[in-house]
Design a protein around this ligand. Structure first.
Ligand code: G3P
Length: 218
């Protein structure tokens, strides 16, 4: 499973990249707003700065909701850097845009997926990734991880190349569940990735090893 970090914060992206396990970044307009990035020029420059920190796959989302607007933005975003993946919202015009971008060899990530039918349409149109939001389903007392399992099964049975990019991940447990379910990618906050490192028995065991070494070596 590939690990993406779900943030527009450059320090957090650099920290995750330094761990050596990062495969990409996802952003959205809310995450850009959280960093105070506004205005077309600053937004474009920020995407470029993110691209310069990582090896590949930086999802940058369009703001338009009509086909022509999405295509215009997609072309501008894709021109920033070959690492850019254009993020398109799940809309009828979005599906049309994904199809056109597929034909132009531009990678896409269809976002705001909450049902299997939506993911199926995006895959048919040629999306590189679909982003089911599992945390937001959990918030409604609907098991988000069930949607991941369902999409992995459908894409496998149907032979789609589209990858399941599990999004709206809130915890280390979500990451482990996504890996178990066969998601090809999980995009996670840094806190959830770092949460995978820790186990109290690891800490206790290491303290014991170091104490024994110190006693034995004076
Ligand atoms: O990748 C989508 C993600 O940013 C949404 O996460 O926590 O706002 O549901 P959240």
């Amino acid at each position: 499973m590939k690990f993406f970090i779900d943030t527009a914060n450059l320090d957090q992206i650099a920290q995750a990249q330094a761990l050596g396990v990062l495969d990409g970044v996802t952003t959205n307009p809310s995450l850009m707003a959280r960093e105070g990035i506004k205005g077309a020029d600053r937004i474009m420059a920020h995407y470029k700065a993110i691209c310069d920190l990582v090896d590949d796959c930086v999802s940058a989302e369009v703001i338009s909701t009509d086909y022509h607007g999405m295509m215009r933005e997609a072309e501008m975003l894709a021109a920033i850097d070959p690492k850019i993946v254009v993020k398109i919202p799940m809309l009828a015009d979005g599906i049309k845009a994904i199809k056109s971008l597929y034909e132009m060899d531009v990678r896409t990530n269809c976002t705001l997926i909450f049902g299997a039918g939506q993911a199926l349409l995006a895959a048919k149109a040629g999306a590189t990734y679909v982003s089911p939001f599992i945390g937001r389903l959990d918030d409604l007392a609907i098991e988000g991880i069930d949607l991941i399992r369902q999409l992995v099964d459908i894409f496998d049975v149907q032979g789609f190349e589209t990858q399941v990019l599990a999004a709206s991940i809130r915890s280390p447990l979500h990451i482990v569940q996504c890996a178990e379910a066969g998601a090809q990618v999980a995009t996670c906050p840094l806190s959830a990735i770092m949460g995978l490192v820790n186990h109290p028995l690891t800490e206790k065991g290491l303290a014991q090893f170091l104490a024994d070494h110190a006693k034995n070596n004076g």
